[in-house]
Write a protein that binds this ligand. Structure first.
Ligand SMILES: C[S@@+](CC[C@H](N)C(=O)[O-])C[C@H]1O[C@@H](n2cnc3c(N)ncnc32)[C@H](O)[C@@H]1O
Length: 340
């Protein structure tokens, strides 16, 4: 696509899906690797007030749900595959070297390396999950087995822990490198054995469950837990029911996924019969910046592995999500839900 064609498409996309969507797509389609400083500033710096008003208010509120509905027709499974089945080595370039977490870390003092911050997070979640050697444990959306490592470090038991993921590349990685129990399984649509698990946790995967599926999946998880069992979630979501304008642009990165809004999550947790045992709010932004810096530092290898367009897409993804946190329209939460 030449520069004029890119411009015309960008204007069309901005009118229909909003300026955030048009701007993000234009950056991603740039034929050369993007300049990192320009991208970070372009996306996260404040805009002049009229442009900012447009960014926050277009498409208008009444049009957002139908537009999202249109976008969400994209197959969830295909969307997961498009995001995660890129290249394991590509993800290794920017994720932490110790666990390979693809979810927010805890930069408690702000000076930690990504590895230390992910260890802080793993330890925090470990206390919430509280795994015992004899517990049967399920990791929903296990990624490259990051939290499975930490749980196994604690319990010494690989037999009783199983991870579900929808990414074939993640399954291959876990089987080849770690030999843990992992299944290519859709945790939204699958059936679960009755009262099988002591602990179930999901870290950065509950985002993929749409609002209409949340009560259905929670009911299945409640039934899959033993009495006294617990469900631990780390997830981000919108803070109000009506989707923000930039949420439409998020479909570029996670096609076919859309987290339920925070109030809907809390209502669903309680209606499913869980007691809320812990809740805390965390900040995703330092992790997004660390991944961005790692990707930039490994630019050449990243482009060799995935090409310029995918490299540009991830370079844009991290500041785009940072912007949503800066705007105060999304939060990152941790919950412990106890089955009475
Ligand atoms: C952002 S990654 C987080 C991975 C890991 N929990 C971590 O913290 O590094 C989201 C994970 O959820 C998985 N996932 C998303 N939707 C899923 C579904 N419906 N069924 C199973 N896994 C799913 C993806 O395959 C991926 O492994």
């Amino acid at each position: 696509m030449n520069a004029l064609a890119r411009y015309v498409v960008a204007v069309g996309e901005s009118v229909v899906f909003g300026p955030s969507y048009g701007a993000v797509q234009t950056l991603i389609r740039h034929p050369r690797p993007l300049d990192p400083d320009f991208v970070w500033r372009r996306i996260t710096d404040d805009l002049p007030p009229p442009l900012d008003w447009l960014r926050l208010h277009w498409p208008p509120a009444f049009a957002r749900r139908p537009l999202l509905h249109l976008k969400l027709k994209q197959d969830h499974l295909l969307g997961i595959s498009q995001h995660y089945d890129v290249s394991n080595e590509f993800y290794e370039l920017f994720l932490d070297k110790r666990y390979m977490f693809y979810s927010a870390a805890d930069f408690d003092c702000g000076e930690e390396s990504l590895e230390e911050a992910q260890t802080n997070k793993a330890n925090f979640l470990l206390r919430l999950i509280d795994p015992r050697p004899q517990d049967k444990i399920l990791d929903l959306g296990c990624g490259w087995a990051a939290m499975m490592h930490r749980v196994i470090e604690e319990t010494g038991n690989t037999e009783n822990l199983v991870g579900y993921t929808l990414s074939q590349k993640q399954v291959d990685h876990i089987r080849q490198h770690h030999g843990y129990n992992v299944e290519l399984k859709n945790f939204i649509t699958c059936d679960y054995p009755n009262q099988e698990f002591d602990k179930i946790y999901s870290i950065g995967a509950w985002e993929h469950v749409r609002e209409r599926d949340v009560p259905i999946v929670l009911a299945k998880l409640h039934q899959a837990l033993k009495p006294g069992g617990r469900l631990v979630h780390q997830f981000f979501c919108g803070i109000v029911e009506s989707p923000a304008a930039s949420v439409v642009a998020a479909q570029i990165f996670f096609p076919g996924s859309m987290p339920a809004a925070y109030p809907a999550q809390i209502r669903a947790f309680e209606r499913a019969g869980f007691r809320i045992g812990h809740r805390s709010i965390h900040d995703y932004r330092p992790t997004l910046r660390a991944w961005f810096d790692n990707l930039v530092a490994n630019r050449q290898r990243a482009i060799e592995l995935v090409g310029v367009r995918t490299y540009n897409k991830y370079l844009v993804f991290f500041p785009a999500f940072t912007r949503m946190f800066n705007d105060g329209i999304v939060i990152l939460a941790r919950y412990v839900l106890e089955k009475r």
